[in-house]
Write a protein that binds this ligand. Structure first.
Ligand code: FAD
Length: 501
């Protein structure tokens, strides 16, 4: 063992972030000398929301060797094929941002360019008719693609909706089986080294002192170590992402679970609808400058589809990111690292990405600046990429019914987003800067969905034969539709894997 090796990792916080980190460390820091301890406080509890995910979560589960059926049963999960946006462009308009890609590129030309070329000549269906996930979602169907599946089923891309509390419990069992120690208690003090400013230990209300080499701050919005102790600083993005409150409440529902999240825009924000096996998760994300908490709660309760199952939970947040996700010997994951707002269900992914990057750049006790700087750069890029994608939904609206939507449409957007929009406007090109989370099809779905029509398409698309392109597109469209029609309903599929079907 290297004399500088990290021996004690201390995770502060046992929400989704804390237990995801603990589960991953139980598997990947399992070297016989690194000990992981997680501290959590039942008195403080967890945020209790965060139930919609995006496809990379499958990689996290696979990395841990988790059986998908076991996971679906334990967390009361459903499958998610994308997000349906209602009233976002204009009242009455809806579109889906499906997972996965559209159609098939032909002779190196992006499918969306061919689609736009066809659309310039004749009336076309929405582009989601060329998405396996989009078509299955619209029919309420689901079938799991396997390693042997062929196109178009192999193109079906999915994620999950799950119960956040059950997910944390599931990961806790996994992590504890893998050797992580859990300590129940409230951290009341943090001791810093007088010379280096590194965190040396945390003290619990009962007086216990817990020392560590590396601390992972998963303490939620409060940022117990990264902010309260280390004063790292926070970049506030409220001028771009104006929603700062949420109210959440579960309800009962009848019928089949939809295989997608629905986001319905209201006059001052938007409402989520997340179907789980046993209940529907609902919440209103809103701007406190435009609606009172009482009116927001009433709006949410008036729009529930079934019996309310619990008291509404109120949440306050500031969109933005911690200036350094890794400061001295503290790495922050989850809400303590920042929050871009839940519109595209990205927060859990940011936790997963943070864990993967930390493992790839894992330090020793000397805490070299190279790893830290690289980690901070990668996390900043990721947060900014997600930020721009979400701003696009707000900014590209054509609603004139409230001050909220008018001010969103009038805002100055970040330069990085302006450049993307300009490229799209001229020839429907999607700028790719590197390893971004949202790939070309996601930008295409939201640009078109929000009504941003390009002036033209890529001229290279005109090099392809008209008749051949039209025939290929029709064949693809039929293939998606017929494949989706043969799938079981989403509810039937879940019943089958739970052994009830
Ligand atoms: P928390 O759940 O707040 O956990 C913090 C932990 O720290 C708790 O265990 C707490 O007890 C502990 N703690 C705090 N202080 C102390 C102390 N002094 N001593 C000991 N322990 C302490 N993400 C998605 O990916 N998809 C979504 O659909 C989604 N929807 C969201 C909707 C809203 C309105 C909000 C606000 C967030 C949403 N998120 C979503 C984000 C998601 O909820 C979080 O990323 C995720 O739950 C991780 O939270 P966390 O573990 O960082 O914090």
């Amino acid at each position: 063992m290297n004399e500088h090796a990290i021996r004690n990792v201390v995770i502060v916080g046992g929400g989704t972030a804390g237990w995801m980190a603990a589960a991953a460390f139980s598997r990947y820091l399992n070297n016989g000398y690194t000990k992981t301890t997680l501290i959590e406080s039942e008195e403080i509890g967890t945020i209790g929301v965060g139930e919609a995910t995006i496809p990379p979560l499958l990689n996290f589960n696979a990395m841990l060797g988790i059986s998908e059926n076991e996971f679906v049963a334990a967390t009361k999960a459903t499958f998610k094929l994308g997000i349906e946006f209602v009233n976002w462009d204009e009242i009455g308009h809806r579109y889906i941002h499906p997972f996965g890609f559209f159609g098939q590129d032909l002779q190196g030309v992006h499918f969306h360019q061919l689609y736009l070329r066809e659309r310039s000549k004749r009336v076309m269906q929405d582009i989601s008719a060329w998405s396996m996930s989009g078509v299955a979602a619209s029919l309420g169907k689901y079938a799991r693609p396997g390693p042997q599946s062929r196109p178009p089923l192999s193109q079906l891309t999915y994620a999950f909706h799950f119960d956040a509390g059950l997910y944390a419990q599931f990961l806790r069992n996994f992590a504890e089986r893998g050797g992580v120690s859990r300590i129940e208690g409230k951290v009341v003090d943090t001791r810093l080294n007088g010379e280096t400013g590194f965190v040396e230990s945390v003290t619990l209300a009962a007086g216990t002192i817990i020392e560590g080499d590396l601390f992972i701050d998963c303490s939620g919005f409060g940022g117990l170590l990264i902010e309260q102790a280390l004063k790292t600083g926070y970049e506030d993005w409220t001028h771009w992402l104006p929603c700062d409150r949420a109210v959440a409440v579960p309800c009962a529902y009848d019928g089949q679970p939809d295989p997608f999240t629905r986001s319905t825009a209201h006059g001052c924000g938007w409402q989520w609808r997340i179907p789980l096996q046993h209940r529907m998760g609902n919440g209103l994300v809103y701007s406190s400058a435009h609606i009172s908490d009482e009116d927001a709660e009433k709006l949410l309760l008036d729009n529930l589809e079934g019996e309310q199952l619990a008291d509404p939970r109120k949440l306050t947040f500031t969109t933005g990111r911690r200036l350094e996700a890794w400061n001295r010997n503290v790495v922050t994951l989850g809400l303590s690292s920042g929050f871009v707002e839940p519109l595209e269900s990205t927060s859990i992914h940011l936790i997963q990405a943070g864990i993967a990057k930390l493992l790839a750049l894992f330090p020793d006790k000397r805490f070299g600046a190279n790893e830290r700087n690289e980690y901070n750069r990668q996390i900043r890029d990721l947060f900014e990429d997600v930020r721009d994608f979400i701003i696009l939904h707000y900014w590209a609206n054509r609603r004139t019914d409230t001050e909220f939507w008018k001010s969103c449409a009038a805002m100055d957007i970040p330069d990085s987003l302006s450049r993307r929009v300009e490229m799209w406007h001229s020839k429907a090109r999607v700028l790719r800067d590197g390893a971004e989370l949202f790939a070309t099809p996601s930008w295409v779905a939201v640009m078109l969905g929000q009504g941003i029509l390009p002036e033209s398409y890529d001229p290279i698309a005109d090099c392809l034969d008209d008749g051949k392109v039209a025939a290929a597109m029709e064949q693809l469209r039929k293939g998606y539709l017929e494949t989706a029609q043969r799938m079981p309903s989403h509810g039937e599929f879940i019943a089958q894997i739970l052994g009830q079907g």
